[in-house]
Design a protein around this ligand. Sequence first.
Ligand code: HT7
Ligand code: ZN
Length: 844
Amino acid sequence: PQPIYLSDYTPPEYLVDQVELTFRLAPSATRVISKIRFRPNPEAVSKRFFLHGEGLATISSTIDGAPVTPREVEGGIEVDAPDAPFTWEAEVEIDPKANTALEGLYMSNGMYCTQCEAEGFRKITWYPDRPDVMAPFTVRIEGDEPVMLSNGNPTASGDGWREWTDPWPKPAYLFALVAGDLVAREDSFTTMSGKHVDLRLWVRPGDEGKTAFGMEALKKSMKWDEEVYGREYDLDIFQIVAVSDFNMGAMENKGLNIFNTSAVLCSPETSTDANFERIEAIIAHEYFHNWTGNRITCRDWFQLSLKEGLTVFRDQQFSADMRSPSVCRISDVLSLRGRQFREDNGPLAHQVQPDSFVEINNFYTATIYEKGAEVIRMLKTLVGDDGYRKALDLYFERHDGQACTIDDWLKVFEDATGRDLSQFRRWYKQAGTPRLKVTETWDDGTYQLTFTQTTPPTPGQAVKEPQVIPIAVGLLGPNGDEVRETQVLEMTEGTQTFTFEGLSARPVPSILRGFSAPVIVERETTPDERAFLLAHDTDEFNRWEAGRSLAKEVLTGMITGGDAPQAAYLDALATMLRDDSADPAFRALALQMPGEDDIAQTLFDAGMTPDPDAIHEACETLKQARAEYLQDLLPRLSADMTVSEPFEPNAEQAGKRALGLQLLKLATRLDGGKAAQAQYEAADNMTHSLGALACLLDAGKADAALAEFRERWKNDALVMDKWFMLQVSHAAPAEAAATVERLTKDPAFTMKNPNRFRSVFGAFAGNPAGFHQKDGSGYALLADWLIRLDPINPQITARMSGAFETWKRYDADRQDLIAGELDRILATPGLSRDTAEMVGRIRG
Ligand code: HT7
Ligand code: ZN
């Protein structure tokens, strides 16, 4: 398939004034009857009347009542149409039951549901399925399902039919339909102008007990968007539906969000604190799309980050307001580095605004989402809080109801603040993570910091220009006092020096506070200075960062036989842990070990070839050393982390449980799993239960608990996903592939459910020493399953093939083995466009 280019964009030939759809539901033969008012677009450059469509059996088609015979062309049909407004009517038949790709209209667990972003609507009926064609929709659903829902407000109903009307013009990708046996948690919200909104959270009977938290999160999101962005909800009803077979987390369909059950259903008994936190963020994210994505949408899919980067940024702001800002920031950066930096450093690196793509589903990436959010965060840092609010107000005022571009977005900032953003725009157009080299001088009261930025070449982009980098810096005096508060240095050149005068002693710099830009800082520094920052920095992010880099230095030293400042690290860790004034959640994060993949990338960046076994060994050794060094602290600290109140998924309790679990991991290395067994038996919530089970797996004492867990939770799919996942992620390197093979033979395993497939194979890819076994067994195993999954679900297959994206880091033998598997996948007859593109790009 040929790539699509941003530079080839042309406006739609015809616009749509009104869509009327009738669905006659039947699992294997649903009829979709469409009546669509078209009019020629005065801005069009051609007059071709083209409609997208895929896998549609056309029963009839007419223009202004007269039958027409469409010509089949690549991706759809062409019809001779008047150069004046007209009505297109068509009837098509589709087969939801056979739709395992989970795109378009499909069946999940006996219920009908849709997923139309990015290009799923064309699997439902003939339509100009592009985001710059926006129209109001009226939908009539006929069938004998107890509940039948679509976007907008309910406008009419009768025996065996329901009608929904969405007055807000929307692109087809925001269309949704759900029908089945569902029950609702009902609530309501009064908007800031006093409008009543009905709220419904629909689930399968039996899941009602897992809806309370989601509903509260929704109401908090609605309130927050009014208070912080002045955005009010705009329909009489807002609905969420939980669906068990779903490719991603959730979907922001207008007024009818559809959620993966894993992204909305939760209860203390079945969900961990991390689940609650994620659910709160996803509910907020989808709700926030109502303005950033739905009311103002994207002109084309090259503008995807316009809605996704902004909405991620908004959900990050929301979570920071609901929980601890610094803990949220650290978690966001951990995920950015783990996923987006990894992407940026490999064959899949791409711009926040790409110039071309083959399959848009492959571009729902960490770069579009998380780097896109970082770019907006920098923009806010540069223009200030007031400038940001003015720009956002102007954005909503100027572009409401439009399909926009990233250039429209930047223009709003320029107009609202008077700032020239032409250089800043490079953040959208240059792929790759900038390296920021820092050197310093000290001369009689004058301290200078010199920064040099370079961005390594990425596929198709050899040369990079300097970017605008906001570098938040503070200075600490020798006694740990802050001698210069945080100030944002604006770097615009390739190399730039900043001077601080009038200091009485050489300061210790705290650079890139709050992670003010998505860059990699390279600075020669001593373990003592890192320990000093971990003890004294007033910026919690950089305190954490200091501890993290110390841990990485110890590990890389252990692996390469260089200096491994273990004593300084262990001492600093103990001091940090003893600091009872520090938030337990912060201490838990500071105690968390760097991941094995992170160490592999660090070694590779330093010019070495990472050995996954050696990395694993070093991590195990350091974990043991930490446990032994910190053992005297454990009883008192563990007792302090006891939560005596009933379980609440709030930040305070979650922080204590998180630190408690980190301590339990240490204790397990000393007592062989005794404390973990006791916690497992006493647990009254999933955070404790699962945390203890993980420790028992590490101690090799989990057989009984795993069997008990399985028996207890065999009817709860989301908990069973945890059971699968934990066994793979905690498998010893030499046993990981065998564990995967055993679990895929478990009767509860199915490759048709994305959550279940990911719980096994996502965990396998996330166990680097297991996946990268020297004999290539891990690679062959994953490739086998990807080849089997591709005809069933190309989107998930393509996404999971990302496990191979780091292959160029490794030794020649491993590279040969991986290349062989990639070639085997590519040679598979009938391989999907999704997987062919991804694996082709990874192979290079
Ligand atoms: N805008 C949505 C992105 C999306 C998606 C969601 C579910 C299934 C398939 C999907 N393809 C694209 C989700 C979001 O960013 O909020
Ligand atoms: Zn989104």
